[in-house]
Design a protein around this ligand. Structure first.
Ligand code: GUN
Ligand code: ZN
Length: 437
C-alpha cells in the first residue's frame, strides 16, 4: 500500500476534470491482488479516512507536482518506430516506399524484440501506459511485443496485421494461414495478465474478401477481443476501395459487410465519412481513433469533431506513429487542438484542454470498453499513473506559475509540455522509471 500527496487530476462520470490542488492518492492491491486506486481526493478531507483505513501508512509528499492518469494511445504501430518522419506525397506512396519495406524485417524475432523494447521504453518515457498497437503480418512480431509488455506488467492490446493482397513480398500473408495464426495468437495472448488481442486487418484494400470474412468470423467468435483497422484516411485510398468493393455503400460499410463493426472495434482516422457512416459507427458501438499529427503530416485531412458529436459516435486520441510524428500525448493533444481550429467546422472550434486530456485518458478508456478499469484515478481503477512536473522547463515554470485557473494550467501543459513534464510513471502500482535515475 502506498500513499501520495500532490495535486490530483481525475475525471467524473461526465468526463469533467476533478482537480484537487492538495490531493491524496492511495494505491494498493484489491481482493484479487490487482494494484488499484484505493482512495483519491482532497488531502484534508480524507485525513480521518486515511488514518482509520490505513493506520500508520506513510505519505510521500510531492509539493508542486500533479498526479494524473497514464495516457492511452488508441492507435499506434510499434514496427513504425523507425518510420517516423518519412516524407511522401500521401498515404499510399508512404506505405509503399517506407512502411512496407520496413515492416518486412519483423519476421526476425530478435529484431522485433529489440524494436519492441525501444518502443515500450518510448511509450513509458512519454507517460503512455496503455496502447492499442499494430504489429506486422508476422506472428513473431506479436510474440515479441506481448512478451516484453507482459514482463513490464503493462496493459497493452496488439494484433498481427492481416494483409493477403496488394502488398509486396515480405509483408503479404496467406489467407488461410493468416486466420489460423490470428486464432492461435488470440488463444496465446488475449487476457493473459493485462494483455489483450486485437484482430487487425490492415485496411480494406490489402485484404481479400475471404480474409475479411474470416476476420469477421473470428470477431464474432471472440467477442472480448478487439478489432483495429484504418478507414477513410485519404481520398486516393477511398477511390481504391470503391473500385475493389463496388457493392458496399461506403468504405466504412465494407467493414460492416464483413462483420467487423461492433463494440471494441477501433477505426483509425475516420476523416472522410458521411453522416450515415457516423450513425453506423454509433449504432454498432464502434469508435474512431483520431490521429491528428499523422493526418497533418501525411496531408490526409481533418477529423470533424462537431459532426462526430452531433451524430454521437465515440472517439479518442492516438499518435499513429509512424504516420504520426510523436509519441508524446502533449504533441497529440496540441495537434488535436489545431485540427479543431482549422478543420471541418466553420468557424473553428476551440476544444477545451479538459476535453483534450479526457480524450487521451478516461475517454480513450471508454472508447476501448475499459471504462472503470484504466484512464482515471477514481477508486477501483488500475494503478497506472503519472507524476507530472508543471515547472519542468523555464518557460513552463514561468507560464504555469501565472495560470489563474485549471483551464490555463492545462492549456500551458498541452501547448508547452513534452516528456520532460513526465517525472515518474507508475505501471500496475510500481514505478516504471524515475527521472534522473
Ligand atoms: N493505412 C493502411 N496502413 C496504414 C498505416 O500503416 N498507417 C496509416 N496511417 N494508414 C494506413
Ligand atoms: Zn495507423
Amino acid at each position: 500500500m502506498h500513499a501520495y500527496r500532490a495535486a490530483l487530476l481525475r475525471f467524473n462520470q461526465q468526463g469533467q476534470v476533478l482537480y484537487d490542488e492538495d490531493g491524496l492518492l492511495v494505491v494498493g492491491p484489491d481482493a484479487t491482488g490487482r494494484q488499484v486506486v484505493q482512495l483519491a481526493g482532497d488531502f484534508r478531507a480524507l485525513t480521518s479516512e486515511l488514518a482509520r483505513d490505513f493506520p500508520g501508512l506513510a505519505v510521500t509528499h510531492w509539493p508542486g507536482r500533479i498526479l494524473a492518469p497514464g495516457f492511452i494511445d488508441l492507435h499506434i504501430h510499434y514496427p513504425q518506430t523507425d518510420v517516423i518522419g518519412s516524407p511522401a506525397e500521401g498515404l499510399l506512396p508512404w506505405l509503399e516506399n517506407y512502411t512496407f519495406p520496413h515492416e518486412s524485417r519483423f519476421g526476425d524475432l530478435a529484431y522485433a524484440t529489440d524494436v519492441a523494447r525501444f518502443f515500450l521504453d518510448e511509450l513509458q518515457r512519454h507517460g503512455v501506459t496503455t496502447a492499442l498497437t499494430f504489429a506486422t503480418s508476422h506472428p513473431q512480431s506479436v510474440d515479441a511485443l506481448m512478451a516484453e509488455a507482459r514482463m513490464r506488467g503493462l496493459r497493452l492490446i496488439a494484433g498481427k496485421v492481416l494483409q493477403d493482397r496488394h502488398s509486396p513480398d515480405g509483408v503479404r500473408d496467406e489467407t488461410e494461414q493468416s486466420l489460423i495464426d490470428t486464432e492461435t495468437l488470440i488463444r496465446k495472448w488475449h487476457d493473459v495478465d493485462r494483455l489483450g488481442y486485437a484482430i487487425t486487418p490492415r485496411f480494406a484494400p490489402t485484404s481479400s474478401a475471404s480474409q475479411l470474412r474470416g476476420a469477421g468470423e473470428l470477431a464474432s467468435k471472440y467477442k472480448a477481443v478487439w478489432i483495429q483497422s484504418h478507414v477513410a484516411e485519404n481520398r486516393d485510398e477511398i477511390a481504391w476501395v470503391r473500385e475493389l468493393f463496388p457493392q458496399s455503400r461506403s468504405y466504412l460499410s465494407v467493414y460492416e459487410d464483413f462483420g467487423l463493426l461492433r463494440e471494441r472495434a477501433v477505426y483509425a482516422h475516420c476523416i472522410h465519412l458521411d453522416d450515415d457512416d457516423r450513425a453506423l459507427l454509433r449504432d454498432r458501438g464502434a469508435v474512431a481513433a483520431v490521429c491528428p499529427t499523422s493526418n497533418l503530416f501525411l496531408g490526409s485531412g481533418f477529423f470533424d469533431y462537431a459532426a462526430a458529436d452531433r451524430v454521437g459516435h465515440a472517439y479518442g486520441l492516438a499518435s499513429d506513429v509512424g504516420g504520426g510524428t510523436s509519441f508524446s500525448p502533449f504533441r497529440t493533444m496540441l495537434a488535436a487542438y489545431y485540427v479543431g481550429r482549422e478543420g471541418a467546422a466553420k468557424p473553428g472550434l476551440s476544444l477545451s484542454p479538459q476535453r483534450l486530456w479526457w480524450l487521451h485518458t478516461a475517454g480513450a478508456a471508454k472508447a476501448l470498453g475499459l471504462e472503470g478499469v484504466i484512464g482515471n484515478l477514481q477508486p477501483g481503477h488500475e494503478a497506472d499513473f503519472l507524476v507530472l512536473n508543471p515547472a519542468a522547463t523555464p518557460l513552463l515554470a514561468r507560464k504555469t506559475a501565472q495560470a489563474r485557473n485549471l483551464e490555463e494550467l492545462l492549456f500551458a501543459l498541452i501547448v508547452l509540455g513534452d516528456e520532460r513534464v513526465v517525472e515518474r510513471v507508475a505501471v500496475n502500482g510500481a514505478w516504471a522509471r524515475s527521472a534522473g535515475g
